[in-house]
Design a protein around this ligand. Structure first.
Ligand SMILES: *[C@@H]1O[C@H](CO)[C@@H](O)[C@H](O)[C@H]1NC(C)=O
Ligand SMILES: *[C@@H]1O[C@H](CO)[C@@H](O)[C@H](O)[C@H]1NC(C)=O
Ligand SMILES: *[C@@H]1O[C@H](CO)[C@@H](O)[C@H](O)[C@H]1NC(C)=O
Ligand SMILES: *[C@@H]1O[C@H](CO)[C@@H](O)[C@H](O)[C@H]1NC(C)=O
Length: 622
């Protein structure tokens, strides 16, 4: 039988001092002990975890789902102290409870000491795995295991339900462990049996930026639109194809300053019967006559051509010198000369702008010319920004010891504003489950997308992911990304009051927050708004050398296009110190350089090398 052993660190703060773990392994495997004789166990995996309900859950889930041992034995964390959470974690991940096993252990221990009443061990089944909580003390572990060892083999048989008896061979477990490890964590070289330490870091698989892109690209605009007055829709995205409501020009218009004539009259003398200015309605015109006309003015219905003034001469004028009486037309007018036909620019009913077009100044001109007064635009997602962290203070408050002023919220809200999105200030949450849950709950009543900073890396106790999963029944789509800076960036969705809500949880460090905002939050929000265009990526020539990190790195840079450059490739200048807490290094950056992860062959980039860079704006620096 394949056993995994999970030791709670209430047993020992220090893994080197852990004694119930090794003793439990001996009791399961050593055929000279009564239990070992019955169980004939192989302990393929063991490890120590922090007393953190969430981490224990993740370990138990990933062990039983991915590796399917016959039995997982936990030791420790079953008592009454605050730190004891193993039964709670176990209860949440088992599919069936096995209270008889707990009862038998309790019954056995009670015979030895009434203190056994204080054990809260839980047993149950998840998938093909039997999970058993044992107490932490050496003595209690022995008593408890003794009391149930007899039935474990039978229980395992029943769970496997006539499937080949021990379907997990030593090799298979090793193989899948290896697969498990490689898929989930390429960047560290922890030994196979150190899976727990790896999980202790983060239970989320590390995914690539390509995978991130494909996940974000699976989210689209909901289809909700709103009708908005032309004057208020600058910067928005059209939700419909737009068809012109009128012809352009709406009447036959003169292209020149000259005379409206009937072409069949030919060249020669004409009486001038008056003039037409732009904005007037033309009088009727008879054969042998002409009318003076200005550019853009409507041509009389009877006229079939306009003759430009340069092709005429004055013959006679009125006595008071104010009016032309007669002119000579020097060229033979041709039908339709210098007349713009009705609808020759835009025909009524033709599509002038396509759905998903961004409405800028020029598009507004077209819409106005076509008679539109309001258009349907995509409804923008409602966005909220939340900062988290015990150390944060709102700027303006007297500074408390050990605190820093929160810069992330204002930065992100203003970046959103620069891109045409209003955002709500959701406040600052301290690292407390209840405070955070309440704030998020309130926020979700008002926003569709919640952008948070902080509480996603292990140092921050990674509080957000478990809250999203447990309190909001959310799905984490990624919780760790193979990039720098911003590895713990987390994206999740949940259903709330019948609507999809999105969480983009960015790291708390200000530079990481800004870089990940550009890389993760902005593309998601653009897509949810119906903006499916991608950022512009250009090649840039490095003006500094870079040592490559194991992860692909995004580093702020200033791109400069030199006028005398022969190849038009911009020069990329470092923005200075890139230590990620220095927001100052973002200052003036107009691009993010995409430095590849290092390989054995390529571990640095030299000045002069070309790399790709994401443009953040079009301003040229001085
Ligand atoms: C509980 O212990 C008593 C002896 O102390 C024993 O007779 C009984 O069978 C035990 N019950 C279970 C469920 O193990
Ligand atoms: C989202 O939009 C893309 C086009 O950008 C389209 O290919 C895809 O099918 C859409 N997905 C859904 C779920 O509507
Ligand atoms: C906006 O869309 C609605 C529903 O499709 C439609 O009835 C309405 O005419 C549209 N309004 C404009 C200004 O295009
Ligand atoms: C659409 O997205 C692109 C890049 O992803 C961005 O440059 C552009 O400003 C966005 N347009 C709008 C209207 O938000």
């Amino acid at each position: 039988m394949i056993f995994f052993v999970l030791v709670s660190d209430t047993c020992s703060e220090d893994s080197s001092k852990d004694i119930s773990g090794p003793e439990l392994i001996r009791l399961v495997t050593d055929k000279n002990t009564p239990t070992g004789k019955i169980l004939q166990g192989h302990v393929m995996l063991s490890g120590i975890v922090e007393d953190d309900e969430y981490i224990i859950m993740e370990v138990l889930k990933s062990w039983s789902d991915d590796l399917k041992p016959n039995v997982i034995l936990t030791t420790g964390g079953t008592g009454f102290s605050k730190r004891d959470v193993t039964p709670e974690a176990t209860k949440q991940i088992i599919e069936k409870e096995a209270p008889g096993l707990s009862l038998a252990m309790l019954n056995a221990s009670l015979k030895v000491t009434p203190m056994a009443m204080l054990s809260r061990a839980v047993c149950g089944i998840r998938g093909d795995t039997l999970i058993i909580n044992l107490p932490g003390s050496l003595k209690a572990v022995r008593e408890c295991l003794d009391s149930i060892a007899n039935v474990i083999p039978h229980a395992v048989d029943l769970i496997l339900d006539n499937k080949p008896k021990i379907k997990t061979t030593h090799e298979a477990v090793q193989g899948s462990l290896c697969k498990h490890k490689c898929q989930h964590d390429k960047d560290t070289s922890t030994p196979l049996n150190d899976v727990v330490n790896r999980l202790r870091k983060s239970p989320y698989p590390m995914i690539s930026m390509e995978k991130v892109a494909s996940i974000i690209q699976s989210y689209n605009w909901s289809g909700d639109c709103e009708t908005i007055n032309l004057w208020n829709c600058h910067g928005r995205i059209l939700a419909d194809d737009i068809y012109s409501l009128c012809d352009l020009p709406p009447f036959r218009a003169s292209i020149k300053d000259g005379y409206a004539v009937i072409a069949s009259d030919g060249k020669g003398l004409r009486k001038v019967t008056g003039s037409i200015e732009a904005g007037q309605t033309p009088h009727n015109l008879k054969a042998g006559f002409c009318m003076r006309i200005n550019t853009g003015a409507p041509v009389p219905d009877e006229a079939t051509a306009v003759v430009q003034v340069e092709d005429t001469e004055l013959i006679s004028k009125s006595h008071d010198n104010t009016e032309e009486n007669e002119i000579n037309i020097l060229v033979v007018p041709k039908e339709d000369d210098d007349i713009r036909a009705i609808g020759s620019d835009i025909k009524k009913g033709t599509c002038v702008l396509k759905k998903y077009t961004k409405i800028t100044a020029v598009e507004l001109g077209i819409l106005a010319a076509c008679g539109c007064t309001s258009v349907n635009v995509t409804k923008l997602p409602k966005i909220g920004v939340l900062s988290t962290g015990n150390e944060l203070q709102q700027a303006g408050e007297p500074q408390k010891p050990g605190h820093v002023y929160d810069s992330n919220k204002i930065t992100l809200m203003m970046l959103l504003k620069e891109h045409g999105y209003e955002a709500k200030d959701i406040g600052i949450a301290i690292d407390d489950e209840h405070v955070m849950t309440d704030l998020i709950n309130n926020a979700l009543n008002n926003v569709d997308v919640l952008i948070t900073t902080g509480s996603v890396s292990m140092g921050d106790r990674d509080m957000l992911k478990p809250i999203i999963e447990k309190k909001f029944n959310g799905k984490i789509h990624f919780g760790r990304v193979n990039m720098k800076p911003g590895k713990p960036t987390t994206f999740a969705t949940c259903m709330f009051n019948g609507q999809v809500k999105y969480f983009m949880c960015l790291p708390g460090n200000p530079v990481s927050a800004t870089v990940t905002f550009y890389l993760f939050a902005m593309p998601l929000i653009h897509r949810l708004s119906g903006n499916y265009s991608s950022p512009i990526i250009v090649k840039a020539r490095l003006m500094n050398s870079y040592k490559l990190d194991s992860r692909p790195e995004y580093t702020r840079a200033i791109l400069v296009w030199q006028h005398d450059s022969t190849d038009n490739i911009p020069e990329a200048y470092d923005t200075g110190n890139q230590i990620s807490s220095r927001l100052v290094s973002c200052k003036n950056a107009n691009a993010l350089l995409m430095l590849p992860g290092c390989t054995d062959e390529k571990y640095k980039l030299q000045k002069g090398d070309l790399v790709e860079a994401i443009l953040l704006g079009f301003h040229q620096h001085v």
